[in-house]
Design a protein around this ligand. Structure first.
Ligand code: B16
Ligand code: MG
Length: 223
C-alpha cells in the first residue's frame, strides 16, 4: 500500500464559495455602512468566520458588544447558507473530480482540511462526501490557519505521518500551515501570492497524472 495522505482545502480548491462569502459579507457591510470591496474580501480567504468579522469591523472602525458580534456572525452565516443551499455538482472546480478519481482508484487516503464550519453541507451538496476518508473543518479546530492544527488533525485521523502528507491550498495562510506541519504543499491559484508552496498550479486543469505519480512516490519514499 502507498503511504500517502492527500489533504484538500475546500473554498478555492474544490469549489469557489468565496463569491458567496463575499455577497453575504457585503450585505452586512452595506447595512453597517462599511465600504467593502472584492479586494477586501481577498483578506477573508482561508480565514475563520470570527476573524473575518473582526477584520470587517476594523475596516469600519466599529467596536461592539459580544452579543452584537454574535448576532452579526449569525446573520452573515444565514445569508451565506441561503446561497450554498442552491449549490450542486456543477460548482466543483474544473478537473477536481479527475484528480480525486485518480487517487481513489489507487486507494489513496484523502481528507478535507477546511476552516469552514459549513464544509460538510457543501460537500454533501456537490456530492463529494464519498471521496473523503475524514473531514476536519472549522468545527473541529480551535486555532485558525496559519496554525497547522487543521492539517495535523487530518493526518492523525488518516493515521498517516505528516511527512507522508500533502496539502492542496489556495490561501497563503493555508500554505504556511502545511509547511509548519511538515507536509508538502501545493498552491492552487496565484503563484506570486503562494510562493512558499512546494508546487504551484493555476488550477487542477494543470495537474497531470505524471505529477501525481511523482508526488505519490516522493511521499511514499519518506523514511
Ligand atoms: P464558514 P477554506 C474558508 O474556507 C473560507 O475561505 C473563508 O473565507 C471563510 O471565512 C472560512 O472558510 C469560514 O467559513 O463561515 O463557512 O465557517 O478555504 O478553509 O475551505
Ligand atoms: Mg481556501
Amino acid at each position: 500500500m502507498i503511504k500517502a495522505g492527500f489533504i484538500f482545502d475546500l473554498d478555492g480548491v474544490i469549489v469557489d464559495t468565496a463569491g458567496y462569502h463575499y455577497l453575504a459579507w457585503k450585505k452586512l457591510a452595506d447595512e453597517l455602512g462599511i465600504p467593502f470591496s472584492e479586494e477586501d474580501n481577498e483578506r477573508f480567504k482561508g480565514v475563520s468566520r470570527i476573524r473575518c468579522l473582526e477584520i470587517l469591523l476594523e475596516l469600519g472602525n466599529i467596536e461592539v458588544s459580544k452579543e452584537q458580534f454574535d448576532l452579526w456572525l449569525q446573520e452573515k452565516n444565514e445569508d451565506y447558507l441561503s446561497y450554498i443551499a442552491k449549490m450542486d455538482e456543477t460548482e466543483i472546480l474544473p478537473d477536481v473530480v479527475k484528480v480525486l478519481d485518480y487517487l481513489k482508484d489507487r486507494k489513496i487516503s484523502m481528507a478535507l482540511g477546511s476552516a469552514s464550519k459549513n464544509a460538510r453541507s457543501i460537500l454533501e451538496k456537490v456530492k463529494l462526501i464519498p471521496y473523503f476518508n475524514t473531514m476536519v473543518d472549522g468545527n473541529a479546530v480551535s486555532k485558525a490557519k496559519p496554525d497547522p492544527e487543521v492539517f495535523i488533525k487530518a493526518a492523525e485521523s488518516l493515521s498517516i505521518a505528516a511527512k507522508h502528507c500533502v496539502v492542496f491550498e489556495d490561501a497563503q495562510a493555508g500554505i504556511e500551515a502545511a509547511n509548519v506541519a511538515g507536509m508538502k504543499s501545493v498552491g492552487i491559484g496565484n503563484s506570486d501570492v503562494l510562493s512558499k508552496a512546494d508546487y504551484n498550479f493555476k488550477d487542477f486543469t494543470e495537474i497531470d497524472f505524471d505529477f501525481l505519480d511523482d508526488l505519490l512516490s516522493e511521499l511514499d519514499g519518506k523514511s
